[in-house]
Ligand binder design. Structure first.
Ligand code: NAD
Length: 505
């Protein structure tokens, strides 16, 4: 569709020509595609129409055991952690080249699994996977410790060593980006790994396993176990031979992951969790820029973004005009088949998420919030929801407090800078925040006062390979991207020796 949202499923066009052949549906363990030990499979669903796309191997504890065994062997005895960083980097660069040769097919897999915009996958997600690999490939031969300034007659230095076998548990909203933001730095560090993609979006991860092998990544370095969280995911988290678990997902499951890590082998944990990010728009903001940014902040990836700007605070001097402009733009926002190049918002990932968002919308109405626009599903097939904006909301409303993970914004008015800071910080989360102002004093003061891992001033979703990203408060800890992410996968070992003839006691 595009011009008229109500047309979303009225068009006879199915875009079937874009739907790729599904080539990989088995687990990838020790360099081979294999059935699960129990022979079970599960369905993956196309959110555009609710139809089954493919059946994929359902990994469970025994499959995780095999994958961890392969990763352990590759770490303890294989070439990957021992080869010069430069050589690891060359293989990673080859992996990146192969991704670029398959952009269309990979983007289409994420579209039929996650409902992601095909155009966005082709222009952003998939090319970014390649640049992410190259960023860390370039760092793989620059991993060094320090010579220490010891206080006595001792020579001391540190070595940085890969942490070992890493379990990566990833969510469905950015199947490709999440895969590489975890896998690429871990590869550069010399780790081996077991990746569990989300059950909603297993297809591109399996394709990436195939490309890794083709690029020359040794067997056992990257294993992919598709399956469910409570079985395959839990088996990774509790495994005694996994040295670290890197998890992205909900705060509730993050707590379970941390508890399980603590009660098994005390493995290291990195948690990237939920968010309820504020966007603060001040009186001096350009209205067109500010409304574009606020709208994009909530409808990008249909709001299924952990850093979605779901709480928008607008200063009272421009509030009325801002609301009018935002209404017009949200009404015209093109929702429809994610293969349609004119569309800007596809379907929610699955029925469960779709129903969860609609139930939050109902809750908002019951709490007395007023729908400025949206609030309904679109069409009768697939999981499409209108861009939805609530006004007349209060800070203690459930729709203002909870992460909805859909295209639902709470629009609020504030008077002073101090009030904006206080209300923006009034959340249990701390992932991101947006500031729109031309006043550098306000921008600097607010950015220092907000407890969140990333602050975007006059922009939003400004991710970069070199820009660390992660949470404060219940949004988790540990950083993805940047050299911080590489260091997350490295242990520091100190080595000390007395200088010649010096007393060391
Ligand atoms: P989820 O927590 O249900 O699932 C995430 C992953 O964890 C999936 O692979 C799932 O199979 C697995 N899992 C589920 N239960 C598990 C268990 N008991 N043990 C081990 N693994 C388990 O979250 P979701 O519904 O897939 O994703 C939505 C949530 O993720 C949102 O809350 C969102 O904010 C968050 N998220 C955060 C970020 C970030 O970078 N901070 C990015 C994307 C999504």
């Amino acid at each position: 569709m595009a011009e008229n949202q109500s047309d979303v499923n009225g068009s006879p066009k199915t875009y079937d020509e874009h739907v790729p052949e599904i080539k990989f549906t088995k687990l990838f363990i020790n360099g081979e595609f294999v059935d699960s030990v129990k022979g079970r499979t599960f369905e993956t669903i196309d959110p555009r129409n609710g139809e089954v796309t493919a059946r994929v191997a359902e990994g469970d504890k025994e499959d995780v055991d095999l994958a961890v065994k392969a990763a352990r062997q590759a770490f303890d005895h294989g070439p990957w952690p021992r080869m010069p960083g430069y050589q690891r980097g060359r293989i990673m660069s080859k992996f990146a080249d192969l991704i670029e040769e398959n952009i269309d097919e990979l983007a289409a897999l994420d579209t039929i699994d996650a409902g992601k915009l095909f155009s966005m996958g082709k222009a952003v997600d998939i090319p970014h996977a390649a640049t992410c690999l190259r960023y860390y490939a370039g760092a793989a031969d620059k991993i060094h410790g320090e010579v220490l300034k010891m206080s006595r007659e001792l020579h001391g230095y540190t070595l940085l060593e890969p942490v070992g076998v890493v379990g990566h548990i990833i969510p469905w909203n950015f199947p490709t980006t999440m895969f590489f933001m975890k896998v690429a730095p871990a590869m550069a560090a010399g780790c081996t790994m077991v990746v569990k993609p989300a059950e909603q979006t297993p297809l591109s991860a399996l394709f990436y396993a195939h490309l890794a092998k083709k690029a020359g990544v040794p067997d056992g370095v990257i294993n992919v176990v598709t399956g469910f969280g409570s079985t395959a995911g839990a088996a990774i988290t509790s495994h005694m031979d996994v040295d670290m678990v890197c998890f992205t997902g909900s705060t509730e499951v993050g707590r379970i992951v941390m508890q399980t890590a603590a009660t098994s082998n005390l493995k290291q944990v990195s948690l990237e969790l939920g968010g309820k990010s504020p966007v603060m728009i001040f009186d001096d903001a350009d209205l067109d820029t500010a409304t574009d940014l606020a709208l994009m902040g909530i409808v990008h990836n249909k709001g299924e973004v952990c850093v979605a700007g779901s709480r928008v605070y607008v200063q009272e001097g421009i509030y009325e005009e801002f609301e009018k402009k935002l209404f017009t733009k949200a009404k015209a926002w093109p929702v429809g088949d994610p293969f349609d190049p004119k569309v800007q918002q596809g379907p929610q990932v699955d029925k469960k998420q779709f129903e969860k968002i609609l139930s939050y919308i109902e809750h908002g109405k019951r709490e007395g919030a007023i729908l400025l626009t949206g609030g309904e599903r679109l069409g009768t097939k697939g999981y499409y929801i209108q861009p939805t904006i609530f006004t007349n909301v209060k800070e203690d409303n459930v729709i203002v407090k909870d992460e909805i993970f859909g295209p639902v914004m709470s629009l609020m008015k504030f008077k002073t800078v101090e009030e904006a800071i206080k209300r923006a910080n009034g959340t249990r989360y701390g992932l991101a925040a947006g500031i729109v102002t031309k006043n550098i004093d306000v921008a600097n003061t607010v950015s220092r006062s907000i407890r969140a891992g990333v602050i975007w001033i006059n922009c939003y979703f400004a991710f970069d390979n070199d820009c660390p990203y992660g949470g404060y408060k219940t949004s988790g800890f540990g950083r993805d991207f940047g050299l911080e992410a590489l260091h997350k996968y490295l242990n520091v070992k100190s080595v000390v020796t007395p200088l010649y003839n010096s007393p060391w006691l």
